[in-house]
Design a protein around this ligand. Structure first.
Ligand SMILES: *Cc1c(COP(=O)(O)O)cnc(C)c1O
Length: 426
């Protein structure tokens, strides 16, 4: 173990230690271990070293949106400052978890809150809490003892998604239902929880009916609203509607750190989620650690968000869409439309529809061209494909998400799109 007890010392920690110790070294210059250490000290990296450049990583222009594979949102300066400041001092992790949870619960009008390492981790911790509550299980018994106990989670067939995996980490079994009648019949003495995928585009059972029936059976309901802010009131709407647990991604619309998220809901269940979370080591949430910087960043992001003028932000996203639409309006056959998805990513998306046979390049070819240049531009993944934005995108549409663009980038995207569409073989 190193002298800081963590096996290895970060260069930063060592530098700070050495900075502090310079006076001491002058006084005790005979101390052999200290001078030996100083001789092997690496050179300080330049103050403004850019590690993306050092690693050969392109910085992208994000004309897509808050997609995980594109590192989702960039934190606003206020949040970046809070993160940097939190990095300067150690604290007791559990105390920070507790205080941040209490602060967020007040701000977001729910009984209790927990900063998780993302919406997916929040869903795992929600599941662990419901399993623990139904079976009176200790964290160290999840998942290996769950198979023989109450372990059923009810989900609408149309709400099955990749994140089911986050629940299955706790050893539960998913029970699919389609009709309200199926749903009523699905409750057994083994039911521990239900999950509602808020942005699902299909499913016969609405939120209120879903809640009422589960609560008649005394079963808690989790709602996954990961990407469903804005509007900001969604942060309290669903808990106030009666959902026992609700998760949000911290790094999408909320613009906190990408590896942070929120689990909001009933105190009794949040307390159980906390027990199944790190820093407890024998727990399903041990690998889902949120560092002090990200916990503070999450709180700062919520503060930042609550201070925003949402209408003004939405108007700015629309202005950017207008800038890009204007840049390509003379491309033959071009028609532009602004589309705001109903639930997830509820912000203006620019849809550019044209005839590739006339223009000479398809939307997916345009997408690849913009990815290949510097600066690399990433269009929305619905570009050139059907199904991702309902009927609003197809093989003949380019889709631009404008809300993650930085100042001046809408103009660049507009110009580059115009160049590629007017000189497709350049
Ligand atoms: C993005 C997303 C998640 C995962 O969010 P993370 O914060 O990246 O863990 C979960 N559910 C839905 C519906 C999402 O869109």
């Amino acid at each position: 173990m190193g002298m800081f007890g963590n096996g290895e010392q970060s260069p930063l920690t060592r530098r700070r230690f050495l900075g502090w110790s310079q006076g001491l070294m002058a006084a005790v210059s005979a101390a052999p271990w200290m001078s030996a250490r100083a001789e092997t000290e690496p050179e300080h990296p330049a103050e403004n070293e850019d590690y993306y450049d050092k690693l050969g990583i392109d910085k992208i222009i994000n004309a897509a949106g808050t997609y995980t594979y594109l590192t989702a949102a960039v934190m606003p300066p206020e949040v970046q400052r809070a993160v940097a400041k939190a990095a300067l001092h150690p604290v007791v992790l559990k105390d920070l978890q507790k205080a941040s949870g209490e602060y967020l619960a007040k701000k977001l009008r729910c009984e209790a809150a927990l900063v998780s390492s993302g919406a997916s981790a929040a869903l795992t911790l929600a599941t662990a809490a419901c399993v623990a509550s139904a079976n009176n299980l200790k964290p160290e018994q999840i998942p290996q003892e769950v198979g023989g106990m109450k372990n059923e989670v009810i989900v609408q067939k149309a709400h099955r998604y990749e994140y089911d995996h986050a629940m299955q980490l706790c050893g539960v079994r998913i029970v699919e239902v389609v009709t309200v009648e199926d749903y009523r019949n699905a409750f057994t003495r083994k039911t521990v929880m239900t999950n509602f995928f808020n942005a699902a585009e299909a499913g016969e059972i609405d939120r209120k009916t879903w809640l009422n029936i589960a609560h008649q059976h005394g079963v808690p309901c989790h709602l996954d609203a990961a990407a469903d802010m804005p509007p900001v009131e969604n942060l309290w709407k669903y808990t106030e509607m009666g959902f026992d647990l609700v998760c949000f991604s911290g790094g999408k619309g909320i613009r906190g750190p990408q590896n942070a998220g929120l689990l909001l809901g009933r105190k009794k269940l949040i307390d159980l989620a906390v027990q199944n979370d790190n820093p407890n080591s024998d727990a399903v949430g041990r690998g889902m650690k949120v560092a002090k910087e990200q916990i503070v960043g999450m709180v700062a992001a919520v503060d930042w968000l609550l201070s925003r003028d949402e209408a003004a932000d939405q108007a700015e996203y629309r202005r950017r869409a207008d800038v890009i639409a204007a840049a390509v309006k003379n491309v033959p056959t071009m028609k532009s439309e602004i589309f705001v998805p109903e639930i997830a990513n509820h912000v203006p998306h620019l849809i550019l529809a044209y005839d590739p046979a006339v223009v000479g390049i398809s939307p997916t070819e345009v997408q690849k061209k913009l990815q290949a240049e510097k600066p690399r531009i990433e269009l929305n993944p619905a570009t050139g494909s059907t199904g991702r934005l309902g009927t609003h995108s197809n093989e003949n549409t380019i889709v631009v998400g404008t809300w993650m663009l930085q100042p001046g980038e809408a103009e660049i995207v507009g110009r580059r799109l115009r160049e590629v569409l007017t000189h497709p073989r350049a």
